[in-house]
Unconditional design. Structure first.
Lengths: 395, 255
């Protein structure tokens, strides 16, 4: 009897928890390899290929996927799209976690992670990397401050909460500007390698394209997350709101697509699309599956009418832009320089562990903090508390 | 005046004494296996490449406006007035952006160390500062590697091409590439055969990023005004609502 009792008090080992534990165990072993034996033993990087998966995926894609934070806070606080307020908290939390994980990934990737603070005191304003370092650091702080009210609410700390609410507008503006700067600057990083990056991806417009795609991803991630939280946390946005996001997404994608094609045309690089090979197939995956297809899907009212259709389109967009970042940072170099790179298992294991940690912290936060709770609407102070427009799909 | 190295491949006999001298100066190991490796590594900061009886050296070009110095987030590289581009390992965070960005693919990394550093030729900056010359130039038995004043070496290189046009490709490599470098190369065969790109820009590479970076302060100011303005416009309705509510309550009071 007592045996049964103690067994029942163990946390239930579900399928996902099992996967999580395996991923973490393998990741920790990879971590040990990385820090005891150096980058050479833990990665397939080398003098010919100094940046790989950790920069291309963990950092570039990580920052990009966290773009929902600035997109949505801008929409709600600056453009006054109050109807999206119910999802501000989960989105800001995702963004904050995203940036923290990017910094964690950097600690693995930097040869001297112990000196990650050096850009704070050793300045080089001519360096894009220096600008990115400062923006990421400041923006992570901004996100922490944007999220802090949730924690204060939980701890019933009224005073600090009121102070933060008082400065929320300047905080949001600062966040949007910092995001604009570093989202585009991640593209500018590659402006310095005109002879090493394949012409399908090297363009002076890299910063503009990176910024536009960050907005697209911000919208796509919001749709995607809302559908996910419907499944796992029984909360989601009302369908009309998702549909509206879908419309915005189509417009951003279309502008991005037109700009991309114009740029290829003006640089006389369209001919590379027709050259059969590695580069052009990856380009086509990116542009046909990740751009053209979701545009067509989202333009159809039938697709927009259903959560499933919106969800599918947003997943395509996300995969498409991930492909884009990997093309700019990895495959575009292979195609133009002839060097090759395939990530080593340790690189993949660390990446998987970081992603798993992100999911775990997110669900913990949802369980213990008022993430999906109704924030009192500040619009009409005299009116009785308006119920938040979150759709509760309690199972 | 700034110093430079002129390497004339047509005078090189491939003895690799420069490799040996460089290894000695850095305290790197050097043996026949290492000598046979025709590429740079963290322990081989200059390499003599051979194609038949033709030779070519590879090393840091010591750019006039170095890409490595511009991209490094912590400013670990400095172009000294004397010419050498030097690296301060105590600043480096190991992001390896310099390796990605260098147009000549020069910087190497100590991949197998737990506290790794970037490695590259520093034109023996300490010896140069003391009035000496780089170890490779000092040891070169044929004068293929020469060290001297930049201007002198430029005119010497041009003079050699002028006097023996059949002997050289008509190109002083490094005179215009990426806005000029402190290492100049002469060759009897096309530079591309040894992996030197001849399609590089003739302006300093840092311009490519500076064009964008220099706009950042303007963007911050413009962006703040624009976003603040949008907020002001989009929140007007609430102000109107509040004002109406106020006047309504006032009229109720007076009424
Ligand atoms: S050749 Fe490369 S490492 Fe040498 S100074 Fe120029 S940019 Fe720097
Ligand atoms: S690896 Fe070191 S020297 Fe090279 S750019 Fe990064 S911080 Fe600077």
């Amino acid at each position: 009897m007592s045996w049964r009792l103690s067994r029942a008090s163990w946390p239930r080992l579900t399928f996902w928890k099992g996967i999580f534990l395996i991923v973490v165990a393998v990741g920790l072993y990879a971590t040990w390899v990385r820090f005891s034996r150096g980058l050479g033993a833990a990665t397939n990087l080398g003098d010919e290929f100094p940046w790989g998966l950790w920069v291309g995926f963990d950092v570039l894609c990580g920052v990009m996927l966290a773009a929902g934070g600035f997109t949505l806070t801008a929409a709600v606080y600056i453009f006054n799209a109050e109807r999206f307020r119910p999802i501000v908290r989960p989105t800001v939390l995702t963004a904050f976690l995203g940036y923290v994980l990017v910094v964690v990934a950097l600690l693995y990737d930097l040869g001297r992670g112990d000196r990650i603070w050096h850009p704070l005191v050793m300045w080089n304003p001519r360096s894009v990397m220096f600008e990115v370092a400062w923006c990421v650091m400041l923006y992570t702080t901004v996100l922490a401050l944007e999220f802090a009210p949730v924690v204060f609410e939980r701890l019933r700390l009224e005073r600090p909460r009121r102070i933060l609410r008082g400065i929320s507008l300047p905080l949001v503006i600062l966040g949007v500007i910092l995001s604009t700067l570093h989202q585009s600057s991640l593209g500018s990083l590659y402006l310095i390698v005109p002879e090493k990056l394949h012409p399908l991806w090297y363009t002076p417009l890299l910063p503009v394209l990176f910024f536009l795609s960050a907005i697209g991803i911000g919208l796509a991630m919001t749709i995607f997350e809302s559908s996910l939280s419907a499944k796992y946390f029984q909360r989601q946005l009302e369908l009309p709101l998702l549909r509206e996001l879908g419309r915005f997404l189509v417009v951003v994608l279309a502008v991005y697509g037109v700009l991309r094609m114009q740029d290829l045309h003006h640089r006389d690089a369209l001919r590379f699309v027709l050259e059969p090979g590695y580069a052009s197939s990856l380009f086509l995956i990116e542009v046909v599956l990740g751009l053209a297809l979701p545009i067509v899907l989202l333009l159809s009212p039938r697709v927009r009418a259903r959560v499933g259709g919106l969800y599918l389109s947003s997943v395509l967009v996300i995969l498409g832009f991930i492909t884009n970042r990997l093309n700019v940072s990895i495959t575009g170099f292979e195609a133009a320089t002839g060097a090759t790179y395939v990530p080593r298992w340790t690189e993949i294991a660390v990446t998987a562990m970081i992603i798993a940690a992100g999911f775990a912290v997110f669900s913990l936060a949802v369980k213990h903090l008022p993430i999906f709770a109704a924030e009192p609407s500040p619009v009409v102070p005299a009116a009785p508390p308006v119920p938040a427009r979150v759709h509760h799909v309690r199972a | 005046m700034s110093k430079a190295i002129l390497y004339d491949a047509t005078q090189c006999i491939g003895c690799k004494l420069c490799e040996q001298a460089c290894a000695d100066r850095w305290g790197h190991p050097y043996d026949d296996t290492l000598a046979a490796q025709e590429k740079l590594s963290a322990e081989k900061l200059t390499a003599v490449l051979s194609r038949g009886d033709r030779f070519m050296r590879r090393m840091c070009m010591h750019c006039a406006d170095p890409t490595c110095a511009s991209v490094c987030p912590v400013g670990a590289f400095t172009k000294t007035a004397a010419g050498p581009v030097v690296y301060d390992e105590s600043k480096c965070i190991g992001c390896r952006y310099c390796m990605l960005a260098c147009p000549f693919g020069v910087p190497r990394y100590e991949w197998n160390k737990t506290l790794p550093r970037v490695r590259k030729c520093d034109m023996c900056a300490d010896r140069v500062a003391a009035g000496g010359q780089p170890a490779c130039a000092e040891i070169c038995p044929t004068g293929a590697t020469l060290f001297g004043e930049y201007e002198t070496l430029v005119s010497l290189a041009q003079q050699r091409i002028r006097e023996a046009p059949d002997h050289y490709v008509p190109h002083v490599y490094g005179l215009h590439e990426v806005g000029g470098t402190s290492v100049l190369l002469l060759s009897g065969v096309p530079f591309e055969q040894f992996g030197y790109r001849t399609d590089l820009l003739h302006e300093p590479m840092p311009m490519l990023t500076w064009r964008v970076l220099s706009r950042v302060p303007d963007l911050v100011l413009l962006g703040s005004v624009l976003l603040g303005g949008i907020w002001w416009i989009t929140h007007r309705r609430e102000e109107v609502a509040a004002a109406e509510a106020q006047s309504a309550s006032r009229s109720r009071e007076s009424g």
